[in-house]
Design a protein. Structure first.
Length: 195
């Protein structure tokens, strides 16, 4: 059974996780300044303290890594994105919140010259390029294990559609037939009834 950490040990773990310095963590946790370096090293060797520091690292890592749900939401936003989502009634690109979309691969605003000579004018042009929705659907399907891609990676890839298997337990209804078949196999070495 794992021992609970004392308040000093818990503070040590939190400060060591934050600072990465065992001596400083021990001092902040109110261990003696004279023995802080030794106590810090000793604490790092204790299994319950190692587990707590590992748990803190895992928790921090989990908070920074996107969840499956978050990734699926982004992929869904990409393949549902349509150019019309970003155009106003006047067929100009909308500005503002609608431009904060995972579907947008590239958004470029630049001035271009229209016309020549004295008639030349500068026009502000915004170009928008969306991510490939088919690729987003493919990634989403892979995450859901609908299919797998295998092969040599040189264009000879094979897509395997994964079907859901259904198992039916028919042992009760077939138990007599299975027993007869097992006996026949033992006696003759064959499953065929004609022999």
């Amino acid at each position: 059974m794992a021992r609970r950490l004392t308040q000093k040990q818990e503070t040590f773990c939190l400060k060591y996780f934050e600072l990465g310095n065992a001596s400083e963590a021990a001092r902040i946790a109110k261990y003696s300044s004279k023995t802080a370096a030794v106590i810090g090293r000793e604490n790092l060797l204790k299994p319950q303290i190692q587990r707590r520091i590992d748990a803190l690292r895992q928790k921090a890592e989990d908070a920074t890594i996107g969840t499956v749900k978050e990734r699926k939401k982004i992929l869904t936003e990409i393949y549902r994105g349509r150019m019309t989502d970003f155009l106003g009634d006047d067929q100009r690109i909308k500005q503002g919140e609608s431009m904060d979309s995972a579907a947008i691969q590239e958004l470029i605003t630049e001035y271009i010259t229209i016309g020549r000579g004295e008639n030349a004018k500068l026009a502000l042009v915004t170009k928008i390029k969306l991510l490939n929705p088919v690729q987003a659907i493919a990634e989403h399907n892979k995450m859901d294990k609908i299919y797998e891609v295998g092969g040599d990676g040189k264009g000879g890839d094979v897509i395997t559609i994964i079907t859901k298997e259904v198992f039916i337990d028919a042992r009760e209804k077939l138990s007599g037939q299975i027993a007869r078949l097992a006996t026949r196999v033992r006696e003759t070495g064959s499953t065929s009834e004609s022999e």
